[in-house]
Write a protein that binds this ligand. Structure first.
Ligand SMILES: [Zn+2]
Length: 544
């Protein structure tokens, strides 16, 4: 069956296309316009904007921390919250089911869960398989695990680190490797309460710098398309820009992705010893073309912070709102869940809000700055439409800035930034660039052969509304959203890399898990059957 979207403004930065034209689909793929013959279905998109489906590279939508948060905060769940009134976080929904629907309504068709311990990968995949419509993938965590730290301490060869990375990626069926406060979480278990890039993990005698560099090199050497995805040390602390700058410098010429950089953009200037250092980060990134970042924008309202940076979460537990939290130690990173409310009237939260926007506006290459709120850490992903509107409209930004404490605004450069993103830049940042960064050439663009993931938006004065409720969304060529409402469910498979695994490493890990934990090394292995699911809704029309 051939479908044609005609007459819309097609914005496809990967193919340098921005013009009124047609997009044709058949068999789940984009096809070239046929020389002759009619479409079976035609959608007249005159006056509308047509883009590839959106791709989110960093959103915590599954796995251990997310589920702990669900259990800790039932009042944030939509169904619960309807009695008596919806809470801000409930706008994101809280179930796997709503996650897929809400992303699809905004025109997003691929989402990456960026922090899954290899030991929790099976559960995470089963949960992801339950999320409808969107394609999913995971990044799996190393960098505080005993095997990696011991191997570096014992001076084992880079080949051992590399083979362990390959073994971990393959077993967890992940798309890449995430490192969270490298060494800091292991040090936390030995009662260290702060940990910087050159601090030493007591029992191992290795620094964060050594761990990051060893894993960065291993990922690169294996040829994994997505670079090492790094959550730096000292998240959220005044003056932590120095940590981020040291990390950027240490990357040398190898690819590196820095997650939620907003949380590392802080200086110590001003009346409260807390200020924006975003311009310094933007300058450093100009000189480091091998480094990409996502922002982790803060938006105001109730949310919950979920992180495997258990050191950071433990230290932040006093700021919990409401006053409850969960700190879980355990294998490798453990996890911490601390509910939090960002307030526009708070000096600190206002600076955080500004730092995120400054990063978006000062880094003028939309191929290297990625659109995230680190859902739910900076804000639920349902805040994306408002954030897109803020990036595209400086008058709207001025309105928001006028509600912030003036002394907070004065330690940022935000009021001076006049840049407005255009739709081409938005499409680059949310489609073309993330597909390239994740190594997914089948999506993020609209050339023939690409997956037929397409979002059609109705432009208008209300930019947030445009992105909140797509006019049409197609997933693999299936029409799944009409006028902001899900009209059809379907299920996909998780995306993963499958590097070759060295047989010696396989034997070594079997022995290691047996000796150290009394477990078979394949206890956490994700079987093929777990990364997809039969589609029970095939052809069933319904609405979320
Ligand atoms: Zn995150």
């Amino acid at each position: 069956m051939k479908t044609c979207i005609k007459g819309g403004r097609v914005i496809d930065p990967a193919n340098r296309r921005d013009a009124i034209g047609e997009v044709w689909m058949e068999g789940g793929r984009i096809i070239a316009p046929p020389a002759s013959g009619e479409a079976n279905e035609t959608f007249d998109a005159s006056g509308l904007v047509v883009m590839a489906g959106g791709i989110d590279i960093h959103s915590h939508i599954a796995s251990a921390n997310t589920n702990t948060a669900r259990l800790l905060l039932p009042e944030q769940h939509r169904a619960h919250a309807r009695r008596p009134a919806a809470t801000p976080l409930s706008s994101a929904g809280w179930s796997t089911f709503e996650t897929g629907c809400l992303y699809a309504q905004m025109g997003f068709t691929t989402v990456i869960e960026p922090a899954v311990s290899p030991h929790h990968a099976l559960h995470a995949h089963l949960e992801l398989a339950d999320i409808p419509i969107i394609d999913k993938g995971i990044l799996t965590i190393l960098g505080n695990d005993d095997f990696t730290l011991s191997a570096i301490r014992d001076g084992e060869s880079p080949a051992v680190i590399r083979d362990h990375v390959a073994w971990t990626l393959e077993g967890a069926r992940a798309l890449g490797i995430k490192v969270i406060n490298a060494g800091g979480v292991a040090a936390f278990k030995e009662n260290m309460r702060s940990f910087s890039f050159d601090d030493v993990v007591p029992s191992y005698g290795v620094t964060s710098r050594q761990i990051v560099k060893a894993l960065q090199a291993a990922v690169n050497e294996l040829g994994v398309p997505h670079p090492l995805h790094l959550h730096c040390n000292n998240l959220g602390l005044p003056g932590n820009v120095e940590t981020a700058l040291a990390t950027i410098a240490a990357a040398e010429d190898l690819p590196l992705h820095l997650a939620h950089l907003q949380f590392y953009g802080y200086g110590k200037e001003g009346p409260q010893g807390f200020s924006s250092a975003a311009p310094r980060l933007a300058e450093a990134l100009k000189r480091a073309p091998n480094v990409t970042i996502d922002v982790g924008q803060v938006m105001f309202g109730q949310t919950v912070t979920v992180s495997s940076d258990v050191l950071r979460q433990f230290m932040a537990r006093g700021q919990a709102h409401p006053k409850k939290y969960a700190i879980i130690d355990g294998d490798s990173n453990g996890g911490g869940v601390v509910p939090y409310e960002y307030k526009a009237g708070s000096f600190f939260n206002a600076v955080q809000f500004a730092v995120g926007l400054e990063l978006f506006l000062l880094i003028d290459d939309p191929w290297r700055v990625y659109f995230t709120t680190d859902h739910p850490n900076g804000a639920p992903f349902t805040a994306y439409p408002d954030l897109l509107a803020l990036l595209m409209d400086r008058d709207l930004r001025a309105e928001w800035i006028s509600r912030l404490p003036p002394d907070a605004v004065s330690v940022t450069t935000l009021p001076s930034l006049t840049r407005e993103y255009n739709l081409y830049e938005i499409a680059t940042m949310t489609r073309a660039a993330p597909a390239r960064l994740l190594g997914l050439p089948d999506r993020g663009h609209l050339a023939p052969g690409a997956r037929a993931d397409v979002a059609v938006y109705r432009t208008g004065k209300d930019l947030a509304q445009m992105f909140r409720a797509a006019a049409r969304v197609y997933k693999d060529g299936d029409l799944v959203v009409r006028e902001g409402e899900v009209t059809r469910y379907r299920f996909g498979r998780a995306l993963n890399v499958s590097p070759a695994v060295d047989a010696t490493m396989e034997r070594r890990m079997a022995q290691y898990y047996d000796e150290r934990y009394g477990l078979k090394s394949d206890f956490m292995r994700v079987p093929e059957g777990a990364i997809g699911r039969p589609d029970p809704f095939e052809g069933v029309a319904c609405s979320c």
